[in-house]
Design a binder for this molecule. Structure first.
Ligand SMILES: [Zn+2]
Ligand SMILES: [Zn+2]
Ligand SMILES: [Zn+2]
Length: 239
């Protein structure tokens, strides 16, 4: 947190140094899928040497998940194609509002604009032939999307899983769940709510994401149930 002196913000453990939540999925060597494009995208792509993005899947249109979208010019420039950007209708409207200059025909060309192809999610998505299943979840009042790639599912920014989505979470190897902090929050799972959801999903391994500075990495991990851990920046999972 800016201007915070709490133990997590002052920690020397690199696991406590957290950029905004986002993941990069490689279903095959020749395909890279980004889930969300937050304000730290440039730094994350440089740090983790992300060179190829074939599509971006948006969970929702909050600033911490879309503000890095302009950076994706670097991924479309070599191929010269528009970046497929998937999201629900609300998210695509949020993107058009936030990045007005990209979609305004009056914007002078030549300064470098991202080429974006906004595609509404209506069912299963295919990226280079790799299937991705959208998972409707609730972020407060707002329905948003998680995504399932084979036996891996990513559910950030949620405080409830609708009845119809539970069957889509069966038989997972790994699930990533939102867990903001201990105290209840109107739009995010608290840690105890996330643990409860994790037990019900019963993946082989459960990781938590979107933690705030209330949850120091090592101290929190030490008291989590078996098979559950806080994720951290740079965590790589092979499935
Ligand atoms: Zn702090
Ligand atoms: Zn959000
Ligand atoms: Zn968020």
């Amino acid at each position: 947190m800016i201007a915070c002196d709490c133990p997590t913000c002052r920690s020397t453990d690199p696991h406590d140094s957290r950029l905004r939540p986002s993941i990069y999925v490689q279903p095959a060597a020749d395909t890279g899928i980004l889930v969300d494009a937050g304000p730290d995208l440039r730094q994350q792509a440089l740090r983790h040497d992300i060179r190829r993005v074939d599509a971006i899947l948006f969970t929702h249109g909050h600033a911490d998940h879309i503000l890095g979208l302009d950076e994706t010019r670097r991924f479309t420039a070599p191929q010269g194609q528009a970046m497929p950007c998937y999201g629900d209708e609300t998210t695509l409207t949020d993107i058009k509002g936030m990045f007005k200059y990209v979609f305004d025909p009056a914007t002078p060309k030549g300064g470098g604009l991202p080429a974006l192809d906004l595609i509404p999610v209506t069912g299963e998505i295919s990226v280079n032939g790799h299937a991705v299943m959208p998972l409707p979840i609730l972020h407060g009042e707002r329905p948003i999307l998680g995504y399932r790639f084979g036996r891996f599912a990513y559910l950030t920014d949620c405080n409830a899983i609708p009845d119809a989505t539970w069957p889509l979470l069966h038989n997972l190897e790994v699930v990533v769940l939102d867990a903001l902090r201990e105290r209840a929050h109107p739009t995010h799972f608290s840690l105890s709510e996330a643990i409860e959801a994790g037990h019900r999903i019963a993946a082989r391994k459960t990781y938590f994401t979107h933690m705030c500075h209330d949850l120091p990495h090592a101290e929190t991990n030490a008291r989590l149930p078996k098979g559950m851990e806080l994720a951290y920046d740079g965590l790589v999972l092979e499935l």
